[in-house]
Design a protein around this ligand. Structure first.
Ligand code: MF3
Ligand code: CO
Length: 291
């Protein structure tokens, strides 16, 4: 495929430039890395400037939802009320909540309290209590472009070790981001997160991770945090993915609710925290798209 595009033809990325002045060197570099046995992104995973602009517009809604939840969240509120906020803000800004009806998910946002690791389903019957920690995971579609980010919120006064877990999980993302450099490996990033989490006595969930995103909700690659440096997909410029580690105060094992088939709990009942950012790899590092 690569050979068929002439060097003087227009580049596949839509820049309008000649291939030889645009992605030719990029393709050669990827091909070399592939021959060395590395996992490289397919062309459809590489976002063009137009794609990135579209994702940023989508992310404005995504960020606005979480900002609004942050303003309104309080003890005594139901998680359904959080869902209502996300639905209202998203649709008023012209977007679609990505979780709604996604593989049968019944609500517009995931709300995961305390020992719920992720994919908690908002409900009228679930009331936030003083001392809870909650992850609100918001995903948005605008003009076919997906954005996805999540934040933790503390409900009133929270016990110290849980506050530390929440803050350290955010710090883990910052430590992971330091490893996001073009032509380096996703495993460099994942390993940095896992090493930090373990150094604080936590464990990182293995089965669920981040993902490529942009034109679909969940694209390749799967973004693990229990990975080795120099392994996993090459972070080529234009690759867009989320970093969203789930870090447990206790053991790493998780179980899925048998009744709703969505809610993921820590097996040992210990609390779990998660933040999520979405980024694109650039020529000199990365750009955050949603957070
Ligand atoms: N927002 C989640 C993520 O970070 C995905 C949730 S899928 C849903 O990937 F259906 F539960 F919304
Ligand atoms: Co995500």
């Amino acid at each position: 495929m690569l050979h068929k595009l002439g060097r003087n033809d227009k580049c596949w990325c839509g820049s309008g430039k000649k291939y030889k002045y645009c992605h030719e060197g990029f393709d050669e570099k990827l091909r070399e890395l592939e021959l060395e046995g590395h996992i490289v992104p397919s062309r459809k995973l590489i976002k063009t400037p137009k794609d990135i602009a579209g994702i940023k517009e989508s992310a404005k809604i995504n960020i606005a939802c979480l900002d609004e939840v942050g303003k309104q969240i309080h003890a005594g509120m139901s998680t359904q009320e959080i869902d209502d906020i996300v639905y209202k803000v998203t649709t008023e800004m012209g977007g679609i909540p990505a979780p709604l009806n996604y593989e049968g998910f019944p609500k517009s946002v995931c709300t995961s309290i305390n020992d719920v690791v992720c994919h908690g389903i908002p409900s009228d019957d679930e009331i936030l209590e003083e001392g809870d920690i909650i992850n609100v995971d918001c995903s948005t579609i605008l003009n076919g472009y997906f954005s996805d980010s999540s934040r933790m919120f503390l409900v009133g006064d929270v016990q110290d070790d849980w506050v530390k877990l929440v803050n350290d999980t955010k710090k883990a993302i910052e430590i992971g981001l330091e490893q996001v450099k073009p032509w380096h490996f996703l495993g460099d990033m994942g390993n940095a997160i896992n090493q930090f989490a373990m150094s604080q006595g936590y464990s990182v969930v293995r089965e669920i991770g981040g993902h490529g995103i942009g034109k679909e909700f969940h694209e390749d690659p799967f973004v693990s945090y229990v990975s080795q440096p120099g392994t996993e997909m090459v972070m080529a410029p234009g690759l867009c993915f989320t970093i969203e580690p789930m870090i447990n105060l206790g053991k790493a094992d998780v179980v899925v609710d048998e009744d709703d088939d969505w809610t993921v709990y820590t097996e040992d009942g210990s609390p779990s925290a998660q933040w999520e950012v979405q980024l694109v790899v650039t020529e000199d590092g990365y750009e955050l798209l949603s957070w």
